[in-house]
Design a protein around this ligand. Structure first.
Ligand SMILES: C[S@@+](CC[C@H](N)C(=O)[O-])C[C@H]1O[C@@H](n2cnc3c(N)ncnc32)[C@H](O)[C@@H]1O
Length: 271
């Protein structure tokens, strides 16, 4: 079975509240939901809270120079909640195709777009996964920010030719990548927390084991008020960090030549 198919989601049962006002944990076992292959470790309510101060500022600093000269069309793979989509629209006059398979993420993306109505005639939201992309014509650039970890190796290998077919001659492909292979195993630890009114939103992660470029991760998304747990969502599954030589071979085979990138970003051009 492909490793990415086994992502598991577990939601803690909320506390039961009795008539006398006392509370107790419900006795039913936690619900467990099998997520489809394109799902990943995201808990929707947490995403913007943690990303606005996470990878997004660095991308907003390093990506614009790579897009100099891009004016007509951009395909964004894994657009998420649109944090990068709206920036792309601000940096370039290009028409944007924001591809996002998760209905929940698309909902937030569309909400973000509707708060900037001037973008509604320039951004098309594509409700599909990357391998299923079909466009009316080739685009000038493809951008893929923080998506690689969610792509199982065989899926990723099949993706590059699909992106090549979506690009104009000499089209630009930019995506995030970090060297160093999978994260080292570590026990459950807090990655960060944000305060929202009386509640604390915390993200914890554990890396259980690694296997080549894959690592098995467990994420807990926890909301608390003081000592009381309001909700807890657990996601476990595999993520991927391909090494340079593997990635280079896949991209060259698909017809790409490396161009000058930036900190945390690789750039490739279709030959
Ligand atoms: C960490 S989020 C990044 C979102 C956005 N690019 C950003 O930087 O804020 C990863 C996104 O990739 C999407 N994704 C996961 N697998 C995908 C696939 N096979 N094709 C396209 N998008 C995918 C997820 O639904 C999620 O929205």
């Amino acid at each position: 079975m492909a490793k990415d198919c086994c992502l598991q989601k577990r939601l803690a049962e909320p506390e039961a509240v009795w008539r006398d006002g006392s509370t107790t944990r419900a006795r039913r076992p936690p619900r467990s939901v099998e997520l489809p292959a394109v799902a990943d470790f995201i808990s929707l309510p947490f995403y913007d809270l943690f990303s606005e101060n996470g990878h997004v500022p660095e991308i907003r600093k390093n990506l614009p120079p790579l897009l100099t000269g891009v004016r007509r069309s951009i395909l964004e793979i894994g657009a998420g909640t649109g944090l990068i989509t709206t920036s792309l629209a601000g940096w370039t006059p290009a028409e944007i195709f924001a591809l996002e398979p998760s209905a929940g993420m698309r909902g937030i993306l569309l909400s973000r777009l509707s708060s900037q109505p001037e973008l509604l005639n320039r951004v098309t939201v594509l409700p599909c996964d990357a391998l299923s992309v079909t466009l009316g014509g080739p685009v000038e650039a493809v951008v893929m920010i923080n998506v690689m970890y969610a792509l199982e190796p065989d899926y990723r290998k099949r993706l590059w030719p699909v992106l090549a077919a979506s690009l104009e001659t000499a089209g630009l492909l930019v995506f995030t990548w970090r060297d160093g292979g999978p994260w080292a195993p570590h026990p459950l630890q807090e990655l960060g927390s944000r305060q929202v009114g009386r509640h604390t939103y915390a993200v914890l992660s554990e890396i259980a084991d690694t296997d080549g470029e894959a690592y098995r991760a467990r994420y807990l998304h926890r909301i608390t008020e003081g000592d009381k747990i309001i909700s807890e969502e657990e996601l476990t599954g595999y993520a991927y960090r391909p090494p340079w030589n593997v990635l280079e071979r896949e991209l060259v085979t698909a017809g790409f030549t490396q161009a000058e990138g930036a900190e945390g970003l690789l750039a490739w051009r279709l030959a």
